[in-house]
Design a protein around this ligand. Sequence first.
Ligand code: TYM
Length: 316
Amino acid sequence: MTTLSLIKPTGHLTLGNLLGALRPMAERQDDAFYGIADLHALTVRHSPATLRALTDEIATLMLAVGLDRSTLFVQSRVAAHTGLAYVLECTAYTGELNRMIQFKEKGRGVDSTRASLYTYPVLMAADILLYRPEQVPVGDDQRQHVELTRDLAMRFNATYGPVFTVPEMTAPPAGARVMSLSDPTTKMGKSHDDAAGVVHLLDPPDVVRRKVSRAVTDSDVGADAVRPDREAKPGVTNLLEILTACGGSATGITTYGALKAAVTDAVVAALDPIQKAHADLASDPGHVQSVFAAGEQRCRDVTAPVLAAAQAAIGL
Ligand code: TYM
């Protein structure tokens, strides 16, 4: 079973990235390709130096979370991604790209929107289809993109011949949509300006404690105040989900104070081994670079025949 997923270097990685993607990725490493989507970070205003630094940081963190049996790569270093993206742009319809949430929310109608923000979902489809994966482990926010990928694969195969595997998205049972601690109706996102609501993987324990202790809950003080209810109690529901996803239990917890203490302990315990491994790996950047260089060579070997097959099928 081949598995593939990528992470965009647009900010420091968050607890959402860990629970929604990195941990599920670490559980599937037998024939796995995991990458850093640096080309996707160019779709909005960016700083070249920050992009490079975040790419290095995420590379180190991917190893620190235990992705040591997977093929790791930086997207821009595997040329077939952009090669296949163009072929798929000639498969995708503007109607379906107009419906993509990111473009609708961040770019439509704004003159200075980069053209790449519009075509981004097609590049993501190329990222996936190039490796013929059966599974794509991602958080819930990527559902629409994986659906488009499936549509493009089926359309291409039906029109030009069976080149691509149609992938399935897999999301974890808990943690597929971690919400901001300060506004539990919005996603915990790495590129947002939400210092209080986002837990980063490299936050020290006292920072985690402070952020969780200030998490938004509600004014319910009833005996059953600590219960999941996405509509009526989004903050409490989010904390409960984080607790479960980090391996903790809410059994016997009746107050928000006790819930926040349990969440803090569970999150600190989940981050501790990652932070230790990160510190070790960061002192040996040559090792991280060589793991990625070997992964990128493997990716070039694996993707070249798939791109060639797609080009041949479409008449190039
Ligand atoms: P990105 O970089 O925004 O997020 C990386 C992964 O983390 C998941 N995630 C979350 N999961 C749960 N709760 C959250 N709050 C949360 N925030 C992020 C995302 O779902 C994702 O799995 N377009 C992608 C990157 C990409 C990609 C791909 C993914 C490019 N090519 C090919 C899969 C396959 C993105 O922007 O993810």
